[in-house]
Design a protein around this ligand. Structure first.
Ligand code: PNS
Length: 166
């Protein structure tokens, strides 16, 4: 392997919406790798709250100041996308043991599909270990406070999407 080649990581996910847990992992990845691409899955969830274009806009807004963070959307198999990008690594965040089984399945399936791409797990700051996009949407919709859990732009966009009850 060419040791001088820059290391490219892909950080895939639904990001519906981006949370501060995701932001934390992306910042860690940007320190560890030469470049990191935030790869937003287009046709994942059946009814995403945010369209893929909007999820991309949000990530671009948050990471505009980072020279080595890029944001893209992707469709189809993650390993095929990563191979097209000539990525070395897939980054995933691990919050708790409960994430482990699903993440191990994906990592090993992805390895079976393409043994050249390694999955690297990173732990977010412990402040975010309980945080998920699903909980953010639910808490917000029911009138709870999500300040500090998502970037400001996400909170503003949620306000225009969700009629709050509670
Ligand atoms: O944020 P999420 O929803 O946990 O991300 C899941 C994601 C996007 C990483 C996963 O669903 C994925 O890679 N989808 C692309 C299709 C694919 O490659 N599936 C096989 C995975 S082993």
């Amino acid at each position: 392997m060419d040791e001088k080649r820059s290391k490219l990581a892909v950080y895939p996910g639904s990001f519906d919406p981006l949370t501060n847990g995701h932001v934390d992992i992306i910042e860690r990845g940007a320190r560890l790798f030469d470049r990191i691409v935030v790869a937003i899955l287009v046709n994942g969830e059946k009814n995403p709250l945010f369209g893929s274009g909007e999820r991309k806009e949000i990530a671009v807004d948050v990471f505009g100041g980072f020279s080595n963070v890029e944001v893209e959307t992707f469709d189809g198999l993650l390993v095929d996308y990563a191979a097209r990008k000539e990525a070395d690594v897939i980054v995933r965040g691990l919050r708790a043991i409960s994430d482990f089984e699903y993440e191990m399945q994906m990592a090993l399936m992805n390895r079976r599909l393409n043994r050249m791409i390694e999955t690297v797990f990173m732990m977010p700051d412990e402040r975010y270990t309980y945080l998920s996009s699903r909980l953010v949407k639910e808490v917000y919709a029911l009138g709870g406070t999500i300040t500090g859990l998502v970037p400001e732009i996400v909170e503003a966009r949620l306000a225009s999407k969700i009629q709050r009850g509670g």
